[in-house]
Design a protein around this ligand. Structure first.
Ligand SMILES: [Zn+2]
Length: 110
């Protein structure tokens, strides 16, 4: 399963901020201290990162309903179905070699 450009952008933002993103009221996901003028990501993008094993939910809101309010990147590497384990930078080079549809999930550091 390919990681979409949006998913990779969310991954990058998290990587730059202690490997995490938090949820703000209204369902905006961004770094801690987000000022609402900079980049944010929607809940479906965050769900996609989690369902592919790129991130895990690390904090939940506990109230009348329970929902995730923080993700933590679960991996430092991306795994391609060809067997390659890649950093984010290597992933971009790998894509250029025609592996862009072969990225699967992340199962932890090798
Ligand atoms: Zn590959």
């Amino acid at each position: 399963m390919e990681l979409s450009p949006t998913m990779l952008a969310a991954y990058d933002l998290a990587a730059k901020h202690d490997n995490g993103l938090v949820r703000f009221p209204g369902g905006y996901w961004a770094q801690e201290g987000w000022d609402s003028h900079s980049k944010w990501f929607s809940t479906p993008t965050i769900q996609a990162l989690v369902s592919r094993g790129v991130a895990t939910y690390s904090r939940w809101y506990e109230g009348r309903s329970r929902f995730p309010i923080e993700i933590t990147l679960s991996i430092a590497v991306l795994h391609c179905s060809c067997g390659a384990a890649l950093t984010r930078e290597e992933y971009q080079e790998h894509q250029k070699r025609g592996h862009d549809s072969a990225i699967t999930t992340n199962k932890g550091t090798p």
